[in-house]
Design a binder for this molecule. Structure first.
Ligand code: PEP
Length: 251
């Protein structure tokens, strides 16, 4: 089955960088990928990127949604607005949202419900801190976050979970392949139990995925794709990761 490869541009990128997405789309048009590919730019680029990506193999997503449909929430953007602007998916509960904006699992679950109501596919992020990993608590923390961040409303819906150890994000280091496989297998089991009649959600790995390590990580049967930060900003790196997903599937 094809992997899901999502680029998270975070607070990077300006008009000129839309050309990077054009280059990704053009390459995928020349040589289709087995992977489902999406790019999540900043809110201000989303509409323009969605127009440029229309009819291509690149979907466009948001990096966050507000839990409410509309209202007096200065500076926020609702899921319905993002859908209207051309988004088809949304990253929710990224650790940078959880730390910068103190988002709790309950708030994340509310945002997931809002995304579903607006027809956005939620990509829900989970991950432990370095201290939790060192204390042997990684699995427990991630499973607890999954329990509390994933609302029952996901039953029967398309969604994905991204395991993103916080200490690996933007750090140039990753867990070992065995550690990634362990967390992914446990998450898959938890999801099967919680959502028995739902198409299995891909479980993405995120945290310093780059061309050099993508093939090994994506070759793990438990890994359904990748959430890619820094390496999604340049078409050449992002495409190398997409092609690594193809190679992993072809093995
Ligand atoms: C991310 O922010 O989701 C991420 C995985 O970042 P990076 O790939 O840069 O570690």
């Amino acid at each position: 089955m094809g992997k899901l490869i999502i680029g998270n541009w975070k607070m990077h990128g300006a008009s000129r960088d839309l050309a990077e997405a054009d280059a990704v789309a053009a390459d995928l048009a020349r040589r289709p990928s087995s992977a489902r590919v999406a790019i999540c730019p900043s809110f201000v680029l989303l509409h323009r990127l969605a127009e440029r990506m229309a009819g291509t193999a690149v979907a466009v997503g948001a990096q966050d949604v507000h839990a409410n449909d509309q209202g007096a929430h200065t500076g926020d953007v609702s899921a319905a607005m993002l859908h209207d602007a051309g988004a088809s998916l949304a990253i929710i509960g990224h650790s940078e949202r959880r730390s910068d904006h103190f988002e709790t699992c309950d708030q994340v679950a509310a945002k997931v419900r809002a995304a579903l109501a607006a027809d956005l596919e939620p990509i829900v992020c989970l991950g432990e801190t370095l201290q939790e990993r060192r204390e042997g608590l990684a699995l427990e923390v991630v499973l607890r976050q999954a329990r509390d961040s994933l609302p029952d409303a996901l039953a029967g819906k398309d969604f994905a979970v991204a395991y993103e150890p916080i200490w690996a994000i933007g750090a140039g280091v990753t867990p070992s392949l065995g550690e990634i496989a362990e967390i992914h297998a446990a998450l898959a089991q938890a999801l099967r139990q919680r959502f028995p009649n739902t198409r299995p959600a891909p479980i993405l790995y995120g945290g310093s995925v780059k061309p050099a390590n993508a093939r090994d990580i994506l070759a793990l049967a438990e890994v359904g794709g990748a959430l890619v930060g820094a390496a999604s900003l340049k078409a050449s790196d992002f495409l190398a990761i997409i092609r690594a997903a193809d190679a992993a599937v072809a093995r």
